[in-house]
Design a protein around this ligand. Structure first.
Ligand code: 1GP
Length: 254
């Protein structure tokens, strides 16, 4: 099985390099914004594009993937809200299992239905334990999934959930406060989760500033994902990426 991007990520983690991913939600891209984001991403040394959304209602996925392929060489990883978003034009897919929830459909059901399509797609498959955390506002992700996010201050639940995911063989853990969250995942939750697992840790949801991104890296995130803030102000990308790339973990004691 092709695991090229994942192997590169593991090597980067060993070298303590931090990665910056820009989330492109095909439905939320305003006209001209995608081209601007792609133009800035090269200078910013963006590491990945995550493409997908909880609710893709317009058929913009192909357009986004074609445009990225035409204008950029940055790896494109699907972050699908549903099996309909599987698309062979990307390089890889985060095969998400919503391990913070108890909805069997999102733990295994949809995976069974899409397994053959996924195999035929030739996409690199990276199995990912997806952990939704309360970000202060109900998000599309929690509504659509019909699951309760982990309470904001229950660090140990997040850490044990992530550990169980790792023990089940999931290759990444994604702590997500949900797109547009009014507050991101807490630093103490990131640190406890980071200390509990060995696989790379993705953190996203509600990250609006370079300082916030840097603080999450210091707390233990390996990959930072930002969507909403860059849809509103693409120009923030340079500082955001720089903050992630130049910050190291500090493992403060809380
Ligand atoms: C959501 O983590 C991503 O799944 C990004 O969230 O849009 O709030 O940056 P934002």
């Amino acid at each position: 099985m092709n695991q090229r991007l994942y192997q590169l990520l593991l090597e980067a983690k060993k070298r303590k390099e931090k990665k910056f991913a820009v989330l492109i939600d095909p439905d939320k891209m305003r006209l001209g914004n995608l081209e601007r984001i792609l133009a800035l991403s090269k200078e910013a040394r963006v590491d990945y594009f995550f493409v997908g959304g909880s609710l893709v209602v317009h058929d913009m996925m192909d357009y986004c993937l074609d445009t990225i392929r035409k204008l950029s060489t940055i790896p494109t990883i699907l972050f699908p809200g549903s099996p309909q978003q599987i698309n062979a034009k990307a390089d890889a897919i985060l095969l998400l299992s919503l391990i913070s929830g108890r909805n069997p459909d999102l733990l295994i059901g949809q995976h069974v239905l899409s397994a053959t399509t996924l195999k035929k797609s030739g996409l690199e498959i990276i199995s990912t334990g997806y952990v939704l955390v309360d970000g202060g506002t109900p998000t599309t992700a929690s509504y659509i999934s019909g699951t309760f996010p982990i309470p904001y201050n229950k660090d140990e639940i997040a850490a044990c959930t992530a550990l169980a995911g790792e023990q089940l063989g999931l290759q990444l853990i994604y702590l997500d406060a949900g797109s547009g969250a009014s507050r991101g995942v807490s630093e103490s939750m990131i640190t406890m989760t980071h200390r509990t697992i060995d696989v790379p840790l993705i953190v996203g949801g509600g990250i609006r500033t370079p300082e916030h991104a840097a603080a999450n890296v210091r707390a233990g995130a390996d990959i930072i994902v930002v969507g909403t803030a860059l849809e509103r102000e693409p120009g923030l990308m340079l500082e955001m990426a720089d903050a992630v790339h130049s910050t190291k973990n500090s493992f403060r004691t809380f």
